[in-house]
Design a protein around this ligand. Sequence first.
Ligand code: CUA
Length: 337
Amino acid sequence: MSRLRRRAALTGVVVAGVLLAGCGSGHSPSMLDAKGSESRHIAGLWWLMFAIACGVYAIVAGFIVVAVLRRPAVTSETEPDPAGRRFDDRMVVFGGVVVPILVLVVLAVVTVTTTNALRRPESDALHVDVVGKRWWWAVTYPSVHFTTANELRLPAGRPIEIRLTSDNVIHSFWVPQLAGKVDTIPGQTNLLRFVARTPGTYKGECAEFCGVQHTHMGFIVRVQSPGDFDRWLTQHSRPALEPASEPAAQGEAAFNAQSCAGCHTIAGTPAAGTLGPDLTDIGERETLGAGALTNTPDNLARWITDAPGAKPGVLMPELDLSPRDVQSIVAYLESLK
Ligand code: CUA
């Protein structure tokens, strides 16, 4: 094997290794690990496209190998063979026109069929409203007027209809394991319909570059059994409970006395701001700042005092609070479940 060929083969192995290393990562949700009816349609279409692409690649690569190995013994003196020329012309028409048209027609029909299957409305669907904010998601269950942020709970097996819009730039709502991605567009409502089949926790991401914190615009979808979901929704159709501990009660007073209540809502309290996320159930959320920090008391204290330090560009300003106020507000917010 020549040095050039050895180098080419080595480069091929390295590139394949790097590409396959990405497939092995367990941290990113994969649309091929489908857990919903619609995501299964999409995964099926993906596998069909992959199979066709592999077939086309194998045939083209095979022709290249044959062409390299079987060099025609043609010199400037030999006459071209007319029968061979006709065969070559027919192969060009068949391989360059007929086969691509067949492949594209099959893919077009399957793609349109799959797309139509994703848009079918259901009469008993659970409605959820989602608004793409400047790097977080506002989530409302209109049947009980409950609003939360960055975390959705959904019942397994029931049709879901999510109405999506944005109040700033275009974002894209994507839970790879449950459904396809749908853009959230200012002034327009787009619909995402699917059925989540398997209870579990699924990661969602903003799939459209939307500014400096596009990376930290994640969300979580918890799919529960219908009974657990109904209990959760009933619990959250009521206003937040009165603080049970003394520090939490002090925290509620500090929250309403400081600027917090001007930007955030906590149902059943005087806090009714709409600029930032609704905090009625903040104590049970997994993350802060749409995935910027894990929701722990220490991180919550950090977020309250210096949100721009944890998520540069965020609308929430630095707050100059006394350590005692910070501690009591953290106790209050962590108690909201
Ligand atoms: Cu929102 Cu990217």
